[in-house]
Design a protein around this ligand. Structure first.
Ligand SMILES: [Fe+2]
Ligand SMILES: [Fe+2]
Length: 222
């Protein structure tokens, strides 16, 4: 510890990141293998990146659709802007790999119905875990936090696979922003005394099942 450092406010997150990694250990080799095979084939890789663009776009749309009160703050506006930028970034990379414009249609995506279902079911699981006492703000912070755990994990493996393949695409900026979002969501939940360990792991366990299903669908499509 540095002498001038403030007491670590994100200790829950540090422990949670370690637990998330170990809980997801068995999914890492499958994810790595999928990414490696996709990177080796630019046409299918393009569809994967376009699917990530769709997911980022759905994420930014979800924030806009649920966070529209007069009290919307700078942090939330920044978050939505960055998720929209991720959708744009992935679209640009996807079209570069494909060498043509791509739409969010089945032929340009990988396992699109599973990707959409992942998001919708995750929202359902979050809402159920939070119960009827939830505020729109808490639901937004929880759902975002859970998604960021996966985004950071997945993009981390993706960045490593790109590096190994000496691919020109870099996820450095995206990774930095997702990491900041994760820290911010956990911090804001903690500040509002809304970060419930049991509840968070309930949703994280549900998310793991949903991601595992999505991974299976992507493997099938690839
Ligand atoms: Fe993102
Ligand atoms: Fe994010």
């Amino acid at each position: 510890m540095l002498e001038h450092a403030e007491p670590a406010p994100l200790s829950w997150l540090d422990g949670a990141l370690a637990r998330f990694a170990s809980d997801n250990n068995d999914l890492a080799p499958r994810t790595r293998a999928l990414l490696e095979s996709l990177i080796a084939e630019p046409k299918r890789h393009a569809r994967m990146i376009n699917t990530l663009s769709l997911l980022e776009h759905m994420g930014s749309h979800k924030i806009m659709a649920t966070q529209h009160s007069a009290a919307i703050d700078q942090a939330t506006l920044k978050h939505v802007a960055e998720e929209a930028h991720h959708a744009f970034f992935m679209k640009r990379q996807a079209e570069k790999a494909a060498g043509r414009p791509l739409e969010y249609v089945a032929g340009d995506l990988l396992a699109p119905s599973s990707a959409r279902m992942y998001f919708q079911r995750l929202e359902g699981a979050t809402v159920r875990a939070l119960g009827s006492r939830r505020s729109a703000r808490a639901a937004y912070l929880y759902m975002s936090m859970i998604v960021e755990f996966r985004a950071l994990w997945f993009y981390g493996l993706y960045e490593q696979a790109l590096k190994r393949a000496r691919h020109a695409m870099s996820l450095k900026r995206v990774l930095g922003e997702e990491q900041a979002h994760l820290g911010e969501m956990a911090e804001r939940l903690e500040a509002g005394n809304e970060l419930d360990d049991v509840r968070a792991w309930e949703v994280l366990a549900a998310e793991r099942k949903l991601f595992s299903r999505l991974l299976g669908a992507l493997e099938g499509a690839a």
